[in-house]
Structure formats: structure tokens, C-alpha cells
Ligand binder design. Structure first.
Ligand SMILES: [Zn+2]
Length: 507
């Protein structure tokens, strides 16, 4: 095969065709589900999309290989390999490769990403990535003269533009679905969205906008522990009416209130930002821990997770820091967040204390690894990282066990706080976003909020407060921004930006 050297224009057409054939099944599935393929218009749109994809990709590949020569070929091979991985995640988890998803990838640590590793992923990588890449190097290309290069480029541009204008009737359709289409076109979904992500990141990493100073109104010793959950969705909490008993402990504790709430986003960095900010304005305001720390409140941040805006406080403790003070198997799980916490609170000289525990318990896809064995209340459980390979029951069982474990941690935390009798204390539990567990063939989270299913947006918002400390309001639906104002209120901190309507507490 390919004994003879071939022209560059043929080479890029072949590569472009392979690119369409191997990596665009999800793209065509989406297109066919959203047009009437049997109608003439539908057929024309289908053919035009395919032609434009092949020609435009060939055009870019042509430029790449002409200008970069051998390096251009290497880039094509890297594209093929990355396409293969992208297709695996689209097929396995129903993810969309958009700016948000790219952000999730760059914010994921190794421990988490290794939990996605599977034999099927390797198979995708080899068969769809490495094997076609070998072909790229096998084919020998005849160098193009600059005159022919210019002619080819101009003719292609004219062709593409005319095709685009001939299809003007379909522009609205393409515009309407641009989000999904853009996420499914390889390799541009991740190439374009990676640069969009970094552009966005550079805007967001600006300094946090300082809030007006706050004053502490009294010297009553008070502590709030804010627990930020990971991927916990409200419908799987029996406190919210779930028919399996996932809250055996919390349901027996007095002064525990559960609210309906919606997250502002479906991914960690944005969800956590919303929980810590007083309002959502698309800017980065000073976040709750930084604000309180600057205004003389003791602030402790303990985390087994990641993805929060920059925290500028003294007591920032990662899992590795906490494990030093922890003994036993529980230290490998989120219970480590509680180790030595009471002592740490008691040693503080301050009257007002905020503790943030950023947990990771319900993080997929390996739910079954996120809780100690004794919390496997529901079984059998899904032990594959390819969630679609498990039955719905196994998947939900594994997930529900993470909620049972969360229930235990929160109950233990409340028991610890009850021991601190000289403090008014409160526990607020909220999740960064929800989770899909196979509904509509979607898994995990990260679908853009505007089109996300409710499973990814409905989050638990659970409040407990010590006897006689405060009353609590009856609210229909809360947002993540209620946290900021509730914490200020409970600690009796006065601030111009405090909004009484946003606090869950009353006197
Ligand atoms: Zn998250």
C-alpha cells in the first residue's frame, strides 16, 4: 500500500476522511437525531455538513503539513490519539467536550484521573489512536510548490464560502445546536475549548475584588462548620424523601433541616465559587474564608478535594496534613476531615470561627472506593469505571453508599460540635453540583447549566444548629449564595453587603 508517493492534497483528504470516519459517530448520531434525514432539506444538510467538515479539516491539515512539514505530521498523530481518548469519554460518560469540561480536566489531580483508567480506554487509544497514526507516517508526501499551494488554498476557500452561502437556510439550525456540534467535532472541540479555557482562566485569576470591611457585633463564642460536598444530588437523600434510607443518622438528630436548593453550575470550580461568594456577578469577589479571615475571624480550611478560588488564610490543611494527626483506616476516607477538629477549634483565641470542610466523597466514577467497606449498606455495587457496563441498580447502590457515608460524617461532626458546649454552633452542608447516574444516558456532571438535567443541578442544603442558638426560616428554594449570608448571620458579623433575606437563620 502507498508504494508511490502521493500529492499533499490527496494526503490531507485521506487523513480528513479518516478523521470523519473514526471520530465522528457521536457527531452524526446527534445530527441524525435533530434533523429529518428523510426530507430533502435534511439530506442536503447532512451532505453539506460532511463536505464542509472534510474540506475544512483537509484545508487546515494542508496548511499545517505544508508549513511545518514533519512536525505537522506529528501534530496530526497527536490529534488522532487525543481524538481516540475524547471519543472514549463521550461514548462512556456522555460528556461534552466544551470549555467547562476542559477546565475539569486541567483541575483534576492524578488520583482522580487514574480512577478513569480502564482496559477499554487502552483499546480505544491503540485501535483508534496509535494504529491510524502509523498510517500518517507511512504515507510519503510529494512536496508542493508555493504556486500550487496558493492556488489550492484560494480554490478551497472559494469552495467553502460558496457552500456556506448555499446553505444559508441552515445557519439557524447550526447556530441553535452550535454548543453540542462544537463539542463533538474532532479535534477542534478540545483544541478550541482549551484555548477558550485558558483565556477565561487568565481573566478569572485576577485579584479578588475586596468587599467592604465587616465588624463583629458581639463576643458570643460561635462556630460554623461549612461542609462542601462533592457531586451529591439531593434526590438520593432520604431527608429529601428518597425511598432508600440513606440518612439513618441525620434523620434521628434534632434541629436538622433540609432545604431544596439548586447549584449555579455543574462543575466543581464554579459550584464552589458560588458557595463562597455573596452573589454571582461573573466577577471574582473576595470569597467567604478570605473575607472573614481579613476581618478577624478564625478560619480553618480542610480539604480532600480541589478547585476552590485562591484561599488566603493561615490554616489551610490538605489531606496529607490531616493524615499526620489521624490513625486507622478511616484516615484514607473523608472522615480524616474531622480528625483533631474539636481540639483545633478549642485552641483558637477568637470568639468567631468558620471551618470549611471540602469533601470529595461522592466523586465518580469509582463511587465504591469512596467509603469504607462497613458503609456498603446497599449492594451489589458497580465496580467498573465504565458506568454503562453496570446495571442501573449497581450504580445507584454504589452512589447511595457514598451518601450513607456522608450521613455518618455529618452526624459525627454534629456530635463533636455538641461537645463544644461553650459555643453556639452550626453545621451547613451543601454540594457543589449534582450528578447524573444514567438518566438519559448521562453520567457524572459537567453539562452546561443552561441545558443540564435537574439531576446535575438539584443539590442538598442541610442545616443544623445547637440548641437555643438560633431559629431557622422556612424557605422554598435556596441557592448557593445563601451560604455566605447565613454564615455572616450566625456569627453575628455586620457588613454592608450582608442581605438578611439571604440568611436561613432567624432570631
Ligand atoms: Zn464537583
Amino acid at each position: 500500500m502507498f508504494k508511490k508517493d502521493i500529492k499533499l492534497s490527496y494526503f490531507v483528504l485521506i487523513i480528513s476522511f479518516i478523521n470523519i470516519a473514526l471520530y465522528h459517530l457521536p457527531f452524526y448520531e446527534f445530527v441524525c437525531n435533530n434533523i429529518d434525514v428523510k426530507s430533502l432539506d435534511g439530506t442536503l444538510l447532512f451532505v453539506s455538513l460532511t463536505t464542509i467538515l472534510i474540506i475544512l479539516n483537509a484545508f487546515v491539515f494542508y496548511l499545517g503539513v505544508f508549513l511545518l512539514r514533519f512536525v505537522g505530521k506529528w501534530i496530526l498523530a497527536v490529534f488522532f490519539c487525543m481524538n481516540a481518548v475524547a471519543i472514549y469519554f463521550i461514548n462512556t460518560y456522555g460528556v461534552m467536550i466544551d470549555k467547562t469540561m476542559i477546565g475539569n480536566i486541567f483541575n483534576t489531580n492524578f488520583e482522580e484521573s487514574s480512577s478513569f483508567f480502564s482496559a477499554t480506554l487502552v483499546l480505544y487509544f491503540v485501535l483508534l489512536g496509535v494504529v491510524p497514526s502509523i498510517l500518517i507516517f507511512k504515507i510519503k508526501v510529494i512536496p508542493v510548490k508555493i504556486k500550487n499551494f496558493l492556488i489550492h488554498i484560494s480554490l478551497t476557500l472559494i469552495f467553502v464560502l460558496s457552500l456556506a452561502f448555499a446553505n444559508s437556510a441552515n445557519w439557524l439550525w447550526i447556530d441553535k445546536h452550535s454548543k453540542t456540534l462544537g463539542a463533538l467535532v474532532m479535534p477542534w472541540s478540545y483544541v478550541v475549548n482549551t484555548s477558550r479555557f485558558f483565556h477565561h482562566q487568565s481573566l478569572e485569576n485576577k485579584q479578588q475584588i475586596l468587599l467592604p470591611n465587616a465588624t463583629i457585633k458581639d463576643d458570643v463564642k460561635s462556630v460554623v462548620v461549612l461542609v462542601i460536598g462533592e457531586s451529591a444530588r439531593s434526590e438520593n437523600f432520604s431527608l429529601n424523601g428518597y425511598d432508600k434510607d440513606t440518612n439513618p443518622l441525620l434523620s434521628k438528630i434534632d434541629n436538622v433541616y433540609s432545604y431544596k436548593a439548586e447549584s449555579c453550575a455543574t462543575y466543581t470550580t464554579a459550584g464552589v465559587k458560588c458557595i463562597l461568594e455573596h452573589k454571582n456577578k461573573g466577577k471574582l469577589f473576595e470569597i467567604l474564608p478570605n473575607y472573614l479571615f481579613r476581618n478577624d475571624v478564625e478560619v480553618i480550611w480542610r480539604t480532600t478535594n480541589w478547585g476552590e478560588p485562591t484561599v488566603t488564610i493561615e490554616n489551610y490543611q490538605r489531606k496529607s496534613d490531616l493524615k499526620k494527626f489521624c490513625n486507622g483506616d478511616a484516615c484514607d476516607y473523608d472522615e480524616v476531615l474531622l480528625s483533631g477538629l474539636s481540639e483545633q477549634i478549642l485552641t483558637s483565641q477568637k470568639d468567631k470561627i468558620l471551618v470549611v470542610l471540602h469533601a470529595s466523597t461522592s466523586h465518580g466514577p469509582t463511587y465504591y472506593k469512596k467509603y469504607p467497606k462497613e458503609f456498603e449498606k446497599f449492594n451489589p455495587v458497580c465496580e467498573s469505571v465504565e458506568l454503562a457496563k453496570c446495571t442501573q441498580e449497581e450504580l445507584i447502590n454504589a452512589y447511595d453508599n457514598t451518601i450513607v457515608y456522608t450521613d455518618y460524617i455529618l452526624a459525627k461532626l454534629i456530635a463533636d460540635l455538641k461537645q463544644l458546649s461553650e459555643y453556639n454552633s452550626s453545621m451547613i452542608y451543601i454540594s457543589d453540583h449534582g450528578e447524573s447516574l444514567g438518566e438519559n444516558n448521562l453520567y457524572l456532571h459537567g453539562i452546561p447549566a443552561s441545558i443540564a438535567p435537574k439531576e446535575q443541578l438539584d443539590i442538598p442544603f442541610i442545616v443544623w444548629m445547637s440548641d437555643g442558638s438560633r431559629g431557622i426560616k422556612n424557605e422554598q428554594l435556596l441557592s448557593q449564595h445563601n451560604v455566605f449570608h447565613s454564615v455572616l448571620d450566625f456569627l453575628r458579623i455586620e457588613s454592608p453587603i450582608y442581605d438578611e433575606n439571604m440568611s436561613v437563620f432567624k432570631n
